[in-house]
Design a protein around this ligand. Sequence first.
Ligand code: C2E
Ligand code: MG
Ligand code: MG
Length: 553
Amino acid sequence: MDGVLCSKGFQHFFSAILKAETLSEFIRLLGENIHTISGEVCLGRLEFRSENISLEELGTDSQHCIVFSEEEYAHDECLEKEFETHDNGIVHILLYPVKDHSWSDDEKDSLEFMLQTLFVLCAKTRAFNEVHDLLVTDQLTGVLNRQGLARYCENNLLTGIMGGYTAVFINIRNFKFINQNIGTRSGDKVLKRYAQKLIELAGEDGTVARMGGDNFLAFVRDEEAQDFIRGTAMISVTLGEFVKFDLTSKAGVYKIGMIDTMSDILNAVYMAYAVAKQSLNDRVVYFTSEIFKQSTTENEIIAVFPEALRDEEFRVYFQPKVRMDTGRLCGCEALVRWYRSGGIVPPNDFVPVLERSGAICDLDFYMLEATCKCIRYWLDNDICPVRVSVNFSKIHLHNTRLADDIHDVLKRYNIPTRYIEIELTETSCHEDYDAMLAFVKEMRDRGFGVSIDDFGTGYSSLNMLKDIRVDMIKLDKSFVDSIEEHGDNARIVIRNIVNTIVELGMEVIAEGVEKLSQVNFLEEIGCEIAQGYRFGKPMESGRFTNELISNMG
Ligand code: C2E
Ligand code: MG
Ligand code: MG
């Protein structure tokens, strides 16, 4: 056997075995290539036995496999070598010489050395592959994770093959509530099964990745995209025998272009999904150039906002609230105006964007502070202020210190709480609703006013009246407009809403009043206060200060 390690046969054998990436491949390759050296080393039989290693992993259907065997071998001359795998498995390799041969001690040493070298190299490759799998696989669902997706794109995008694919970003609707109801462990099981169903729907050529939480991204062949999207409209997942969840989703879809990068694809599906998410009716939105334009504008707003806030591009305007019978000023609303590039950007163009990004919280506090500065100026100059209402987005309700934070601003300017009213819009979300009730009570206990803005535009307006006590309800402009547009029916509805609010001991104000006929009707039904162009448009603080002065006389 001298010089066997340098022989051609062994070199071939060695390089073949080194290709093994798993233990089962190691065994298979050993079986396929052992004949190249068996003659040189007088090998009669090669067997594997294993402990603590799953059969599946070993790639055989038993814990014992014969890799190579001559018809006859020297069965009483066994050379046994034991190896421990990194995950506590044990592999025994049993070698027998050919019949009537017995290995010398030197031969045994060479064989052992050879086996050892091979085994260690194989174990390293195997461990490396496991780490690699761990890095690219989502541990909960078994589909690709973000990193896995990046690798997948790296490998496939350059080939141009992705040009025949459609990317679909999917978010499960209300998954948060499933988690809350059944606990996160069961929630995890639901996610796992959901991912399995996505894999089935994506088909053999498809790929699924989990993008964190309940978000998934799938690449499916263009011709299968429609079926995939239809299939994801509702996916039923069962837990045990009796529990079944019908999971619906929102999706953003993008047909991948030949030269797209991974970030092109992700941006496109996210943009399309963002539109689907906001939409009341559309479950699935396909990426278009309009979506791109809109989303680019939104991103620009979000990007320049911090700088614009620092540079004081936002200014506070005040719109009068007026008692219709006397025409006297009885309050005002602080409304933001953005001075940018020589023009004024209307709030409806940026407030919703900032609400989505969360930056509205900074803006609302900025506006509160600007308002407090004005009130301080009026008080210092013996100008009698009116109560100023400041809009606070409902996303503030997640801030458990909101009441304190607002109060702190007033304390800094030494403004009594009665001069500030917080305007909130209705909320349809349960969690927010409870937070809102608590916040309203807390603020009123501290002496602040609270009002409900745009009343009648939400889903739960009337229901809310049962629970909530505020100072003022602001009837949305659409109600006021409907007085003319929808005639008697609208009038009946508005009259009864006003009655209800007044009977409940709250004040009611009509927004967006422009016409005398509206004024007449509102007065007739007992709505005494109005805010609208008929009584004054939103104006700069200087002009509003003059209004306050003339109101004092
Ligand atoms: P909103 O709080 O309901 O404010 C009333 C809006 O109606 C204002 O529009 C006001 O100018 C407009 N308006 C008042 N009277 C009339 C009228 O007679 N006719 C017509 N056509 N419109 C009238 P604006 O100032 O453009 O604000 C739009 C919305 O932007 C506000 O609706 C509010 O939701 C939001 N907003 C404005 N400032 C802020 C702010 O500082 N923070 C937050 N979170 N939202 C704000
Ligand atoms: Mg308002
Ligand atoms: Mg309003």
